[in-house]
Design a protein around this ligand. Sequence first.
Ligand SMILES: Nc1ncnc2c1ncn2[C@@H]1O[C@H](COP(=O)(O)OP(=O)(O)OP(=O)(O)O)[C@@H](O)[C@H]1O
Length: 972
Amino acid sequence: MASPRRNASHGAAAAAQSDSPTCTAATPRSRFAAELSTEAFDEPGPGEVPPAKESVTATVRFRPLSSREIRQGEEIAWYADGETVVRSEHNPNIAYAYDRVFGPTTTTQQVYDVAAQHVVSGAMQGINGTIFAYGVTSSGKTHTMHGDQRSPGIIPLAVKDAFDIIQETLNREFLLRVSYLEIYNEIVNDLLNPAGKNLRIREDLQGTFVESIKEEVVLSPTHVLSLIAAGEEHRHVGSTNFNLLSSRSHTIFTLTVESSPCFESNEGETVTFSQLNLIDLAGSESSRAETTGARRKEGSYINKSLLTLGTVISKLTDGKATHVPFRNSKLTRLLQSSLSGQGRVSLICTVTPASSNCEETHNMLKFAHRSKHIEIQALQNKIIDEKSLIKKYQSEIRRLREELEQLKRGMFTATPLKDVTEDNTILWKQKLEDGNVKLQSRLEQEEEAKAALLGRIQRLTKLILVSTRETQTTRSSQHPGTRRRHSFGEGELAYLPHRRRNIIVNSKRNELVIPMEGFGEALEMSPKEEKQNRKGLLNWFKLRKRDSGSATLACSDGGNSRLTKSLTAPSTRLEDGINFLPEQRTWNSMLDENVPADLLSVDLGKFPSDSSPVEDMLSVQSVSRKSEILDDVDLLREQLKISSGETVLHSNVVNHLTEEAGISKMNKQIEQIASLESQNAADSQGKADTLELAPYYAEILKQLNEKAFQLEVKTADNRILEDQLEKKASECEELQEMVVYLKEQIVQALQIDEFLPERIRLQLQTGISRDVGSQVHNDKPLSSVVCEKPLEYTSQSEVDELKQRLRELTEAKAQLEVRNKELLEESTYARGLASAAGVELRALSEEVTKLVKQNEKLASELASARSSTPRRASHSPRAARKGSHVERHEPGGKRDTNPSSQREQAMEMVLAEKEQREAELEKKIEESKQKEAFLEGELANIWTLVAELRKAEGNCQDDSVVIHDSVVDHEP
Ligand SMILES: Nc1ncnc2c1ncn2[C@@H]1O[C@H](COP(=O)(O)OP(=O)(O)OP(=O)(O)O)[C@@H](O)[C@H]1O
């Protein structure tokens, strides 16, 4: 069995020897396609010959003369003599042979097929590979390596090819990782991680590596291209005399490939491991370059490292060299393992034919020619190492699957019931119900665990790339002799700049010209636009709409448009795939590593083959684009689901961690401290004002307290007064009752009088009145007293006396009645007075309450005035009041317009009113006191009257007794 690797190693050379004037991609492609059979991964058997030695593939790519060079009248100094030789125009003896020489109209795809594809396919089989573009500044290195949408460079083509290879390799699994770095002024920076600056180069048994460089596991060409576009954003670019946007750093894009057979047992399984380095070197600068400052420094670093690279290559090709100075520059140090023969190397020497760069170009050609003689051995790197990432993922997936299986088994294993008899049926039923509940919760838990496991398996599985083709279709069933090439989708092209740096400064006329690729035509574009263009993805998105507009304009330009030309140019087949539609989606969302691998792979059936006619291709491409869009929509949906799930998970974790770390506690404390601080600040601000107003406020408080105390005393006095008044009123009532009683007695007495002689009647009346007095005193009923009295007869004189006495008594009685009436009136008056006093007191208390409220209001106003007044003059409140008073009354005095002093004045007025009110209240209290005194005097008078009455009654009683006695004495 012939080793496919041997075929591969000679791919480039074979192509170089082709007689065909144009590069037909079919030959190399078919050869490399043959390598993609599973046999390519087979180890050489015991009797097999190890892979033959290969040499570095050296190719030369001419670019067309730029508009600037044409305008400057530059002549052609170098030209391609056939497909393998470069000759000097000035000296026919100077000629160099290479594996292949590409003319100015060759497309990058053609360059890729010859100079890069065998390296890429080798890398997919475990053979390290390095491809780099080398040349003077502005010779087309970046154009060749990165390219643009119309002409994707070696890097995007390689990436696309790598994924195509995965798709076509049926029984192997792949894990791809990428890293992207730049060497700027001998400093290594990570372009995928802006924080990764000045990284160290380290060495281990497997070779040199960059410490802490970020490696991203990638899932699709779009994913990789987006990473490169993001990395390009950080690359150092600057304008030079020859290139407005010249690369000022070397970049190394590394694709790390791990692969292992799909369905074999894990034990002793072979994993291949390789690295594909795609290098865009900074251009060497001629001594003629008028650079200064930073550019000069950059230029010297670039030249030094390129010189070291030249030295290393010459030493490697010189069989006698004992020491190869790899360590003299970071570039050669990093390329050490590649250049020292452990993998395939392809050098693409980019050349400008212009005579102005004749000497530099000559050096480049010499260098490329020499490097062709470096011998390499394309060995497959095999690792039986459990530490390989793909192995790790695979064993993790296996473990998780086993766990899942166990879980599933556990979930559905149920213990059968034994001994179910009729007696214990109820018991079993109960047990079953209990068990059911428990089982339910366990099932739920296990379901959750299962879902988590499945999710993890899914995520890990997605990182491992496998072909989505179900059955192995032989190449013969497709297009014999060719391997399917997948055109770039819109999503992938989105990550390439719309147009590369086709800007060349015309230093004489100070204008910018952009030659169209392959045609040398120029299109005006501002440096700003070009810079944006150069910046990659995001800026490209911004420009895209306008670009589409300009494309429409150009197409409608009578069919002479440059764009129309370029789109239909037969040399740029990929250009047909360019779509100027407005952007349809955000590609950044595809960067998540959870994207399903099956969705990422391109459906082969939907892409046109190389041999398809252009018309067919366009129609099929529209179908393929549609399916791509559908795929991408599915993919985005899937990813959105995963992302949202993960977001929730992450936020939960973050919350949990935050709680754990006691951040919330700390925050609370910080808030407390902040509030205390703010309080403190407010306090200190108000302190000054408080100090000023304190005595004033204290005085008001004192007054208030005094008034409250007085009010309390007055209320208590009032209560006593009321009690006394009530007592007196009840006494008055008793007196009235007595008077009424007396009247009745008199009336009765008068009725008896009608039947008795006058004397007896008089005696009786006297007796009655006397008895009534005593009986009233002894609380006996008057009638009984009257009945008990014996009738006695008196003499005429005595009768007269008695009559006289009666008259007197009647008069006294009348007087008494009058007096009684007066007393009654007085008591009513006193009562009215008392109630008036009560009302007065109530009003007084209300006044005091109002006063208290006013004081409170005043105090609050004072406080607010204090807080709003930033600073006040340090005069006392009274003085201020006085002052404001004076101010108010000052004729023609200036009015204070300050709002705080106005407020002060208002407060002072309120205070004055309050004082006035207090005075009024005091007056009223005085009046009520006087009324009280008057009432008391009146009461005293009543009491004396009552006393006098009693006294008079007592006399009357004595008199009646005397009369009674005399009546008895004169009885016959
Ligand atoms: N083969 C080509 N066909 C058409 N145009 C080309 C080709 N090669 C280069 N160019 C144009 O020449 C200009 C300079 O190319 P590029 O920037 O790739 O040079 P470079 O070697 O990378 O320069 P530097 O070393 O300064 O970075 C660009 O405008 C580019 O589009």
